[in-house]
Write a protein that binds this ligand. Structure first.
Ligand SMILES: *Cc1c(COP(=O)(O)O)cnc(C)c1O
Length: 411
């Protein structure tokens, strides 16, 4: 119990320190917050790059206090604190608390185990095309814990109501938007209304990895928790793994996640925090370019007879085009498309020269991936002919030439 109180006190102490989110004139534009992410002049440095403090431990004063509030880096670290404050400021103008983890999946686990700590049970509703890592974790790590889960199509409100009515105490409505890999768009406001009507005790979580705050700010749309794999757009250069969880201050589950962070210790190191701070400084510009390339690719693919289906929320024919227009500043940097079968799709992917065949997303380089063949047996959500593309920042003409080559090669 002592430990518990200790961590909670520290969770509070650090969530109240804030960086340059506000100047005298009021809240700053998101682009400004990003461009200045983490600038942290101290009495020892006037540098404009955030300081990296790799210390695990911090000197104690003669009276037993800690001058900067930091004691030991599993609990809190200056560079991590800096990053977490920036991430909080990006999600909402209301005060938030962020906990970062050494990967997105560690963040997922922290949310579920924190919910178990609070309620003794975790009733999860997850998307029917959920990022496969989540059901994999539920099956391989949490199958004997008191965690129950069911899949839901969040674009089908009858299904949502059914799942909510059966969900009970300790529920988390876990959404991803756009979803992976079918790019279904979940109407966050609508889901929140349904929760209020059918199970007000349920928490709404949005895994917003595919819609960083320059595209969507889920907390402002009614979500209780927003989770990111910072590995993707936040880092932005395919060189750092990280996850984050942000909630409004005072949200019990968010505070418990902060306690879990210190108690379990799946934390990122100071260097990784610095890499993400650096990535954030250009995120708005990177995401804009990726979205521009994605829109071009989606339209181009739609005009190709050999492509059976294109999934992109910015296309007028997309089933949630209207929701996407309301909820997303831009339509995202991810596109998926379907060839007639797996064999043809594999041939398309084999034909790229500029585009790289690799998993993941959000880097500067365009990636293509045949999803179904890397999804675990029993946990497949992708149609066999589907290819997923993460658009990078290349010149469109070069991408177009490469996709032309890929489609020709598959004939
Ligand atoms: C990549 C990803 C994750 C997992 O994050 P890691 O950093 O790889 O652990 C979770 N959700 C979504 C939507 C992702 O794309």
């Amino acid at each position: 119990m002592l430990q518990h109180t200790f961590f909670r006190a520290h969770a509070r102490a650090f969530s109240t320190t804030r960086s340059t989110a506000r100047l005298a004139a009021g809240p700053l534009h998101l682009h400004t917050l990003l461009s200045h992410a983490g600038i942290s002049p101290t009495p020892h440095s006037s540098g404009l790059s955030p300081l990296i403090d790799p210390s695990t431990t911090f000197e104690r004063e003669t009276d037993g206090t800690f001058r900067t509030g930091h004691i030991y880096s599993r609990i809190s670290n200056p560079t991590r604190d800096n990053l977490e404050n920036v991430l909080s400021s990006l999600e909402s103008e209301t005060p938030c608390i962020t906990s970062t983890f050494s990967s997105g999946m560690a963040a997922v686990h922290a949310v579920i185990s924190s919910n178990l700590a609070l309620h003794g049970v975790c009733n999860l509703v997850i998307p029917d095309d959920c990022y496969h890592g989540v059901p994999y974790q539920l099956d391989t790590v949490l199958s004997n814990a008191n965690v129950k889960w069911s899949k839901c199509d969040y674009t089908n409100y009858d299904d949502v109501v059914r799942k909510l009515e059966g969900s009970g105490e300790g529920s988390i409505v876990w959404t991803e938007t756009p979803s992976n890999p079918l790019l279904k768009v979940t109407d966050i406001r609508r889901i929140k209304e349904l929760i209020d009507q059918h199970n007000p005790s349920a928490k709404l979580l949005v895994d917003s990895t595919w819609s960083p705050p320059v595209i969507t700010k889920p907390l402002d749309l009614g979500a209780d928790l927003v989770l990111h794999s910072c590995t993707k757009y936040f880092g932005g250069h395919s060189d750092v793994l990280m996850g984050s969880v942000t909630t409004r201050e005072g949200e019990a589950l968010g505070e418990q996640v902060k306690i879990t962070q210190g108690a379990v210790g799946g934390v990122p190191g100071a260097f990784d925090c610095w890499l993400v701070l650096r990535g954030l400084r250009s995120m708005h510009v990177r995401v804009e370019r990726a979205c521009e390339n994605a829109g071009r690719l989606a339209v181009w693919l739609e005009g190709r007879g050999e492509v059976e289906k294109v999934h992109y929320p910015g296309l007028e024919g997309h089933p949630q085009f209207e929701v996407a227009g309301r909820q997303m500043e831009m339509f995202g940097g991810m596109v998926s498309f379907e060839m007639k079968d797996k064999e043809t799709a594999m041939k398309v992917a084999a034909g790229c020269e500029l585009v790289k065949r690799a998993t993941s997303l959000g880097g500067t380089e365009t990636l293509i991936e045949h999803r179904e063949s890397i999804e675990p047996e029993g946990g497949k959500v992708s149609p066999p002919g589907l290819l997923r593309v993460s658009l990078g920042l290349e010149g469109w003409k070069d991408l177009e030439a490469d996709f032309e080559r890929m489609l020709k090669g598959a004939k």
